[in-house]
Design a protein around this ligand. Structure first.
Ligand SMILES: Cc1cc2nc3c(=O)[nH]c(=O)nc-3n(C[C@H](O)[C@H](O)[C@H](O)COP(=O)(O)OP(=O)(O)OC[C@H]3O[C@@H](n4cnc5c(N)ncnc54)[C@H](O)[C@@H]3O)c2cc1C
Length: 372
């Protein structure tokens, strides 16, 4: 799809979610064929939003990506995370990989509906990323990669993984490198991670690499470059996760206000009870502040300014206000809030995950405390 302007693609994302993710306004994504849903998202261009036009992308800026995945998260946070992670891995290839690697993976991702992931976390190392134990050891002209990654969006089905490894001694950040890895290789074994909150649409899982042979070209981020590149990428992710939180909060506010204007109690609409509507106003205030912080971070990213602090602050604030207001708004809906036609029960665990992904709240507070 070509020649989309920003307004048009945004309209199309709303249409995509309404037509393909909701069923009669019910949040039942787990009943869908997720592979075919990913293909439809790719057909719409959602894996190519920020990829330059001369590489077959749509050439939009970061703000558009942040907005699009914010909107998509109102339909399903997991699915939005799945597609944005495929997008991030494809964007990484477009910036750092050889034409051969791009030509191999791009058609599979952008036309075939295959997914992709970025894998840093391991069983023993999440926050403490620089201690990762997955290694890449030089063997003649190739590299041998050994290790296991887990809690990775899309890992249960990804074709492409951008895998972060240690090439020197454990803990040495200058030894961290990034490889483009084909998870269909016989020396790669994927697995699923499930929990009581569905991980299906997010494709959560992991993989084991046992003597995986990577060619020298597959090292798309060499030691010394990789850790800076990934910190920058995570920084961007913090901003769009903040955007997702704002979009979800806005959606719940709309649902709750609408309900409060219809539901009667003691002969009056819920909205006319002052203590009921003050909860709404309180959430509105926090949403306004969160949006401003996300917009500020988006602007700094788009202007290529140092956005480390603004991104960290925006993600902390946005996740905090959602953790506070989602359960309160659910309570204001009464029992009705638990119906499948409302997404409260999906959003509450979603924001718990958001507060860990791409740097937990504590890790971000640490950064702010040292840099502010
Ligand atoms: C649904 C989901 C999807 C994910 N997707 C990806 C992905 O695609 N790619 C990827 O690489 N990773 C992914 N992750 C992993 C994520 O990055 C980690 O969960 C995160 O970095 C935290 O690491 P951990 O879970 O190992 O927690 P730990 O590091 O064990 O920390 C546990 C708790 O202690 C806190 N803590 C840790 N150290 C300190 C400290 N020094 N001071 C104070 N508090 C501390 C943490 O903030 C956290 O609250 C995903 C996680 C989830 C839940």
């Amino acid at each position: 799809m070509t020649d989309l302007d920003e307004d048009l693609i945004i309209d199309k994302v709303w249409e995509f979610g309404t037509k393909n993710i909701l069923d009669d306004n019910q949040y039942t994504i787990d009943k869908k064929n997720l592979r075919s849903l990913r293909k439809k998202a790719a057909d719409l261009g959602l894996t190519r939003i920020e990829i330059p036009k001369n590489q077959g992308g749509l050439g939009f800026d970061f703000k558009t990506r942040s907005k699009i995945f914010g909107i998509l998260s109102t339909f399903d946070f997991g699915f939005s995370m799945s597609i944005v992670n495929t997008h991030s891995a494809a964007l990484r290839l477009s910036q750092s990989a050889s034409p051969q690697i791009i030509d191999y993976f791009f058609p599979k991702i952008h036309e075939g509906g295959e997914s992709a992931c970025t894998a840093m976390s391991e069983k023993e190392f999440g926050s403490d990323f620089f201690s990762i134990e997955t290694t890449a050891v030089k063997h003649k002209n190739d590299w041998r990669i050994n290790g296991q990654k887990e809690w990775i969006v899309n890992a249960r089905h990804a074709k492409l993984a951008i895998v972060f490894v240690q090439t020197k001694s454990a803990g040495d950040k200058s030894g961290i490198a990034g490889f483009a890895v084909d998870l269909n290789d016989e020396n790669a074994k994927r697995f699923e991670i499930n929990s009581s909150y569905s991980q299906n649409s997010m494709g959560t899982g992991g993989f084991v690499l046992k003597n995986y042979v990577a060619k020298s070209d597959d090292m798309i981020l060499p030691p010394g470059v990789a850790y800076k590149a990934i910190l920058n990428e995570i920084n961007l992710a913090r901003v769009y996760v903040g955007s997702m939180c704002c979009h979800m909060l806005q959606h719940l506010l709309e649902i709750t206000k609408d309900y409060g204007n219809k539901r009667m109690s003691f002969g009056k609409k819920l909205f006319t009870h002052q203590s009921w509507r003050f909860a709404i106003a309180d959430a509105e205030v926090d949403l306004t502040a969160a949006k401003l912080m996300v917009e500020e971070a988006e602007k700094q990213v788009a202007e290529q300014k140092d956005s480390q602090l603004s991104a960290a602050k925006a993600k902390i604030f946005a996740t905090n206000v959602c953790q506070k207001h989602f359960p309160i708004l659910l309570h204001k809906m009464g029992a009705a809030g638990f119906h499948n036609k409302y997404p409260f029960s999906q959003y509450i665990p979603a924001v718990q995950m958001a507060s860990l992904m791409d740097g937990s709240t504590e890790m971000l507070l640490e950064r702010i405390s040292k840099r502010s």
